[in-house]
Design a protein around this ligand. Structure first.
Ligand SMILES: [Zn+2]
Ligand SMILES: [Zn+2]
Length: 344
């Protein structure tokens, strides 16, 4: 099968890999859609703390179950599913005894095991969510980063009607956080440092969208909140957290909450600790999807949330290097690129 492999940081190429038969507890997934994530870029550059090489990346995936191994009852051949499952290590005692479902060191497809920049992936049949009828594979793939935003908005920041929220970052996760916060009845100020991304936030419904390198952010924040500061900040930038977190702490009201979603290039950031302490502000983290795909699938299926506007490019596996370059350069007003591995 064809796959796109990062041999070592910065070296990505199309390769031919052997197809695998599913062992006990495993499934073969025929990958229909895999969206390209900002963390794939970090992996490509060798900045991702978890990613190992050589690696087939890709974790935002929608596929069809092509084959099932013995002992698999949760899915059937032909099922449309979202999610990566897990990859059995193949070498721990349960794996060697033919019980990969009990693997002691399971790999995370796309990071520590091969992922979905490939025609197929063979994984333990776990954490696979049925894709609702009528939802496209591309939408189901993009539901993964939307789910990350939803966990932050719904479970961690607990955005409520009437909240004023600063969402830092207008990439796919930042835009999703903005849309989800708006759905809950919040007022949203979005920021980014790329003009077209600010424009996109405005088009999709942000009350205000500001280029924080060109425009004053604190002025509008104080204007919109009668001088108090926003109730909550959701940080969805990742890079430059030495810039975003001080701004988040400054912009949030006394007693307010900053939720960090962005993944970091540097494992440190400086905050104005005196203001933070005197005003009893809080910073918390948000990791992953929480309750998985279902909350977001419900919002999408019921028509409350459209993810199609986040998808700007669709490409084949052969075009994956160009997709990554586009994302790196933020060229062609790219937002989300979806790879369709079955197409050539
Ligand atoms: Zn991702
Ligand atoms: Zn194992």
């Amino acid at each position: 099968m064809r796959a796109v492999m990062v041999r070592e940081p910065k070296h990505v190429e199309l390769v031919e890999l052997p197809d695998e038969d599913p062992k006990f507890g495993e499934v073969v997934l025929r990958v229909e859609s895999c969206s390209v994530c900002g963390s794939d870029l970090e992996g490509l550059h060798g900045w991702h703390p978890k990613m190992t090489f050589p690696r087939v990346m890709g974790h935002e995936v929608a596929s069809v179950v092509e084959a099932v191994g013995e002992g698999v009852a949760s899915v059937r051949v032909g099922d449309r599913v979202a999610g990566t499952g897990r990859k059995a290590c193949g070498s721990c005692p349960p794996c060697r005894q033919g019980r990969p479902t009990e693997c002691q060191h399971p790999g995370q497809p796309g990071f520590t095991a091969h992922g979905a920049y490939a025609e197929r992936m063979t994984v333990v049949a776990e954490r696979l969510t049925p894709i609702p009828k009528g939802m496209s594979f591309d939408e189901a793939a993009v539901a993964q980063p939307v789910g990350i935003a939803n966990h932050a908005v719904a479970d961690r920041a607990v955005i409520e009607e009437g909240d004023t929220v600063l969402v830092q970052g207008c990439g796919p996760i930042g835009l999703s956080a903005m849309l989800l916060a708006r759905l809950r009845g919040a007022h949203v100020i979005s920021t980014d440092i790329v003009d077209y991304r600010c424009r996109r936030a405005r088009e999709l419904g942000a009350d205000v969208a500001l280029n924080s390198h060109k425009e004053d952010v604190m002025g509008p924040v104080l204007d919109l909140t009668d001088g108090r500061g926003v109730d909550k900040v959701i940080e969805c930038v990742g890079a430059d957290q030495d810039e975003t977190l001080p701004q988040a702490v400054e912009a949030v009201k006394a007693g307010g909450l900053v939720t960090v979603v962005g993944s970091f290039k540097d494992n440190r950031a400086i905050i104005p600790v005196i203001d933070f302490k005197f005003s009893e502000k809080a910073i918390i983290g948000s990791q992953g999807m929480g309750d998985g795909y279902l909350p977001v699938f419900d919002l999408m299926s019921s028509g409350q949330l459209e993810v199609e506007p986040l998808i700007t490019h669709r490409m084949t596996l052969e075009e994956a290097p160009r997709a990554l370059q586009l994302m790196d350069d933020k060229a062609e007003e790219v937002m989300k690129v979806v790879l369709n591995p079955q197409k050539t």
